[in-house]
Design a protein around this ligand. Structure first.
Ligand SMILES: Cc1cc2nc3c(=O)[nH]c(=O)nc-3n(C[C@H](O)[C@H](O)[C@H](O)COP(=O)(O)OP(=O)(O)OC[C@H]3O[C@@H](n4cnc5c(N)ncnc54)[C@H](O)[C@@H]3O)c2cc1C
Length: 167
């Protein structure tokens, strides 16, 4: 029997989770590494800032292969889309980060991705895998620019990444 290729996926954000699911479905031996305690990347308690919402209405950002449980729908009908459009125009029912985190967690659990993640493992060097997928996100390392005259500003300057509570 041919041994399955081993694949390491760096990151456990949305990109990694979906990548891992497809690779697992195709018979690869997959492991994911994330330096944080939970999945989700941007859409996790560590990554999200308070009141972070997606730029789309909640029902438009869902997985078609996630079965409808606890309010997570797997199928969006035309009528559903029309209703969502009305909400979009009137109520701004954008998906909150908690909703996306919840979706990603359920997806990851359902397709046996979560059990392949040793959390709190920051990858600095990697070998011993046939293939390495780097899905570390564009925004998981903060950049705080310096700008002319900022020393004259009396208030505190900090990155939005630090805003986790209303305090
Ligand atoms: C404020 C904000 C709002 C956004 N809104 C939207 C939106 O509404 N719609 C949309 O489509 N996109 C949006 N995006 C884009 C967003 O990047 C994607 O939605 C998505 O979260 C990207 O997923 P990702 O898996 O590529 O990266 P991330 O979610 O950033 O995940 C990367 C993961 O890699 C881990 N990691 C990084 N380096 C290492 C390492 N060396 N070792 C181990 N683990 C590591 C991190 O801990 C993190 O968990 C938004 C982004 C931001 C910042």
């Amino acid at each position: 029997m041919v041994k399955a290729k081993t694949i390491a996926v760096i990151g456990a954000g949305s990109s990694s989770i979906v990548t891992a699911k497809v690779l697992i479905d195709n018979g690869f031996d997959v492991i994911l590494f994330d330096r944080e305690k939970q999945i989700g990347g941007i859409w996790s308690p560590n990554g999200a800032y308070i009141d972070l919402q997606a730029q789309l209405v909640a029902g438009f950002m869902e997985f078609p292969d996630l079965i409808d449980t606890e309010g997570i729908s797997s199928f969006i009908s035309f009528l559903h889309i029309q209703i969502k459009c009305i909400w979009f125009l009137s109520a701004y029912d954008y998906a909150r980060w908690q909703h996306l985190h919840n979706c990603l967690q359920k997806y990851s659990d359902k397709f046996h991705v979560t059990e392949r993640i040793p959390f709190q493992m920051e990858v600095v060097l990697i070998d011993n895998y046939d293939i390495v997928v780097v899905a570390t996100g564009l925004f998981s390392t903060t950049y705080v620019p310096t700008f002319h005259g900022q020393n004259k500003f009396a208030g505190r300057i900090f990155h939005a990444w630090s805003i986790k509570t209303e305090e």
